[in-house]
Design a protein around this ligand. Structure first.
Ligand code: FES
Ligand SMILES: [Fe+2]
Length: 370
């Protein structure tokens, strides 16, 4: 039996078993002591509960009748039901089964059933810091005491009185988050997008990395599609190169200082990732003129381009990523062939950060519950 056949009957290695940076990155989580985009702000209405998952941890995200969001462990301490089966009452969340209610800080506030004469138990759910920025809800799934010291991503172009036109698209892909980062930073896959041609003929020009990021630049032709190309203002914007960065745990790109995006990944589990892409544009060109589009028109074009261009391009990435995950699950021990020198750097960064996080857990004092 050869190695490949053999591997089909075995699971990919765990982080501790992994033999190299690629295998480590494919089993690594993302540091929970960061802010993660988990949902659109508008997707959680008053009185609504939504389940979100960060690296196999289910979280009940809900909005009280006062409009404020809260996030708690998604498990009733009574019989371990998911609280997402329950309901919001005022600013509390009430379990569907026996009706125990918990306030926003996680404290049990009442039983709905007869309590058999028992005083209210002193029970508190784990809660998570929540924030809203750029139309997204962010959760800090790690040590809540650190949340204030860790900055949410800042996009100056979307702040102030005249924010750039922007659009957010999200995808849930059955692939590991490290594959998503490899994909969106590695421009060797222009062939996949040959129909839309978002980038052509990419040549890696420069790269550098440190313990927090991998920065890279390609010489490439950006926005080469027939229709999309008509809207790109090549006199005003340098579309011959693009900067990208894996700014752990996020990713961004910048074309000529005028066309930009951030990607915020939510690692759901070892084989599932939700990615929120925030695209923002300074302006387009009005076709057949040299005029820049005003902000409202830039926004309208973006809304039209999202289903026609942005989403179909990223959907191609999703198909490739899910196929890559299937391939990895079967052939994880086949030595990788990697032509792009930055891809191993992304993987190393992901692996190093996870290693550091796991080591930090080992140093924590063991709490003995009374
Ligand atoms: S299981 Fe939640 S109140 Fe009983
Ligand atoms: Fe792509």
């Amino acid at each position: 039996m050869n190695t490949a056949q053999n591997s089909s009957t075995r699971q990919p290695p765990s982080f501790q078993e992994a033999k190299n940076a690629r295998q480590k990155s494919r089993s690594a989580g993302l540091d929970p002591d960061r802010w993660y985009a988990v949902e659109y702000d508008k997707a959680v209405k008053k009185g609504q509960i939504v389940e979100v998952t960060f690296w196999n941890t289910s979280i009940a995200l809900y909005r009280g009748e006062d409009g404020q969001l809260a996030a708690t462990q998604n498990r009733c301490p009574h019989r371990q039901l998911k609280l997402t089966h329950g309901a919001v009452e005022g600013c509390n969340i009430r379990c569907a089964y026996h009706g125990w209610a918990f306030n926003r800080d996680g404290w049990l506030t009442d039983y709905s059933h007869d309590s058999f004469g028992k005083a209210l138990l002193k029970k508190q759910l784990q809660t998570y810091p929540v924030a809203v920025r750029y139309g997204l809800i962010w959760i800090f799934p790690g040590d809540a005491a650190k949340a204030e010291q860790v900055a949410l991503p800042t996009i100056p172009e979307l702040e102030g009185d005249n924010p750039w036109a922007s659009v957010t698209a999200d995808f849930t892909w059955k692939s590991h988050h490290s594959m998503v980062i490899d994909n969106i930073c590695d421009f060797a896959h222009a062939f996949l997008h040959r129909k839309y041609q978002p980038f052509i003929d990419a040549k890696l020009k420069h790269y550098e990395s440190d313990e927090n990021r991998v920065f890279l630049s390609y010489d490439t032709f950006v926005g080469g599609g027939k229709i999309s190309g008509m809207f790109v203002d090549r006199n005003r914007i340098n579309t011959r190169s693009i900067d990208l960065c894996y700014e752990y745990p996020y990713q961004w790109s910048d074309t000529g200082g005028k066309i930009k995006h951030w990607c915020f990944v939510l690692p759901i589990d070892e084989r599932k990732t939700r990615a929120f892409f925030v695209f923002y544009f300074d302006a387009f060109k009005i076709p057949m003129t040299s005029l820049a589009t005003p902000n409202w028109l830039t926004q309208a074009i973006l809304w039209i381009a999202t289903p026609l261009l942005l989403k179909p391009i990223l959907a191609q990435d999703g198909i490739a990523l899910e196929a890559e995950q299937e391939g990895y699950d079967q052939y994880w021990d086949v030595p990788p062939i990697e032509l792009n020198p930055v891809v191993p750097l992304f993987q190393q960064l992901t692996a190093n950060k996870w290693e550091a996080y796991l080591q930090s857990l080992e140093k924590q004092p063991v709490v003995v519950e009374g």
